[in-house]
Ligand binder design. Structure first.
Ligand code: SAM
Length: 268
């Protein structure tokens, strides 16, 4: 857990600098952001107009992936790291609609997400949700805190949506995924989305540079090969590592090539 977790969340909120969770909320059309978030979000949009489409595609991917896991794959436990601010169809809502006994642990290190955690903690009577205020760089603390809600002897879906891009060192990001995967049994899954410059056209690199100079936390894009390497040793499900807008969209129009990979993999 972060050292400053003893502070009240309000004391940790920096309202003068744009924060990812709040700007993501702005791009998703939410209301939980400050003026500075809107300014940076608008500037990024002017440099890279499809950023809003990326955010929406990521959320839609979350819905399809969790729907598949709770349904066809029979998963009943979800560890959602880098939760974001509550929006429509949060992980527990999608999972518990299909499997009311599903148990969900949300993890984020942004104090504003913590202040909204109550909205994430509604649960079906049969299931359970909890919230952990922790940093993705510390998987051991996450597993320890999550083990109050999740049984790590049974399969868990580890959800890493738009979060490893904030772990700038690729070796460290790989080690985080490994340590999380090592903590769960065979039959568990990893669900991942990650920004890339390989899809989604021009403008994104300049927009990310602007982000890194004006907002927090700093972000990095990765190639498909780098993202696939996070999943070494796991079975990548069809259709593989693709634009998250194109992952299992059966029955609907094929989505665009957004600058965000989406992938689901199973621990053999
Ligand atoms: C791009 S949003 C993604 C939200 C959600 N997973 C989704 O896909 O819509 C990234 C989230 O990760 C959180 N985050 C960023 N760095 C983090 C870190 N080091 N530890 C925990 N959470 C972090 C941010 O606060 C934000 O809520």
């Amino acid at each position: 857990m972060s050292d400053d977790s003893a502070q009240q969340p309000g004391e940790r909120i920096a309202s003068h600098i744009a924060h990812n969770a709040r700007v993501w909320n702005y791009w998703l059309g939410g209301k939980d952001h400050y003026e500075v978030d809107e300014q940076v979000g608008t500037m990024v949009t002017s440099m890279y107009p499809s950023i809003g489409e990326v955010a929406r595609a990521d959320r839609d991917f979350l819905g399809r992936a969790v729907g598949f896991l709770a349904g066809e794959a029979g998963i009943r436990q979800f560890l959602d790291i880098g939760t974001g601010l509550p929006t429509v169809d949060n992980t527990h809502e999608v999972a518990q609609r299909i499997a009311p006994d599903a148990r969900i642990v949300y993890v984020d290190n942004d104090p504003i997400v913590l202040t909204h955690a109550r909205a994430l903690l509604t649960s079906s009577a049969e299931g359970s949700t909890s919230y952990v205020d922790a940093d993705a760089h510390d998987p051991a603390a996450i597993i320890e805190a999550a083990s109050g809600t999740l049984d790590f002897d049974k399969p868990v879906a580890i959800m890493l949506l738009g979060i490893l891009n904030f772990v700038l060192d690729t070796d460290e990001a790989t080690s985080i995924v490994r340590r999380l995967v090592d903590a769960v049994p065979s039959g568990s899954y990893v669900v991942l989305t990650h920004p890339t410059l390989e899809l989604g056209g021009e403008g994104n690199e300049a927009a990310m540079k602007f982000w890194n100079e004006n907002a927090t936390p700093p972000i990095t894009a990765r190639t498909g090969a780098e993202v696939a390497a996070f999943l070494d040793g796991l079975e990548i499900l069809e259709p593989g590592l693709v634009s998250c807008a194109r992952w299992r969209t059966e029955g609907t129009e094929e989505g665009p090539l957004v600058a965000q990979f989406g992938v689901v993999a199973r621990k053999p």
